[in-house]
Design a protein around this ligand. Structure first.
Ligand SMILES: CC(C)(COP(=O)(O)OP(=O)(O)OC[C@H]1O[C@@H](n2cnc3c(N)ncnc32)[C@H](O)[C@@H]1OP(=O)(O)O)[C@@H](O)C(=O)NCCC(=O)NCCS
Length: 197
């Protein structure tokens, strides 16, 4: 019998101040390239101020985490509101990239921002970050773009929330190919490049 892959259980949830150690470990595990694409700098280990911001200690940002079945952080998403706009930042552990976690975080942040009455997303993306530019272009092809010395700043208008976009938080996440609906694809169960099982 070939057997059916057993999905590792992950969780999409809001961050808490008590997640500081987990988030520090996650940031320190990121490759220099992922740090640079997310923070425009090398940030490991994170400063106290950055760590507080990533935990949501200021209370002014919506912070979501994806954790693996051991509670390790494998994805971090942040939406920092500025009036009717919100600045979005995402980063996924290198091993787990391109398995649906980033777009899951993005969908949840957008959905929750719409619920707060936010009308515009602001995404600062490095010109070399083709993956993130592709994700944005496929979702908001007509969004206004501005080139700054460091980044491409894209400002999609937020669509009206629909039932199909709604991502409840906290939610179980299938980590053998991420899905909130139970649809799983094959992938090894790992976090931070290590086996998680
Ligand atoms: C960018 C990032 C958050 C995306 O998360 P992820 O979990 O890897 O992405 P997902 O698996 O959810 O989605 C992969 C998407 O990238 C696309 N993609 C993959 N490789 C690509 C490439 N070389 N060029 C363009 N698009 C690419 C896939 O088609 C898919 O897009 P779709 O859902 O629109 O079809 C993640 O790769 C990451 O953390 N990168 C480093 C930090 C970073 O760049 N953060 C963004 C700062 S704004």
């Amino acid at each position: 019998m070939n057997g059916t892959p057993v999905a590792a259980a992950g969780l999409l949830r809001a961050a808490r101040e008590s997640d500081a150690d987990r988030i520090r470990e996650f940031v320190c595990s990121l490759s220099p390239r992922s740090q640079y694409f997310r923070f425009f700098a090398a940030v490991a280990p994170p400063s106290t101020g950055l760590l507080r911001a990533l935990c949501g200690a200021s209370g002014t940002a919506d912070i979501l985490l994806v954790t693996d079945n051991h509670g390790n952080v494998i994805g971090h998403g942040m939406a920092a509101d500025d009036g009717r706009a919100t600045h979005i930042g995402l980063v996924v552990a290198d091993y787990w990239q391109q398995q649906g976690i980033g777009t899951l975080l993005l969908a949840a942040l957008v959905d929750r921002a719409a619920g707060r009455g936010v009308r515009t997303l602001v995404l600062d993306v490095m010109p070399a970050n083709q993956r993130m530019l592709g994700i944005i272009a496929r979702r908001w092809p007509g969004a206004p773009r501005e080139r700054t010395p460091d980044a491409i700043v894209i400002r999609p208008e937020l669509p009206e929330p629909t039932a199909a976009q709604h991502v409840p938080v906290p939610s179980a996440v299938c980590l053998t190919g991420v899905s909130l609906t139970g649809r799983c694809q094959s992938a090894e169960h790992r976090a931070h490049g290590r086996p998680a099982a």
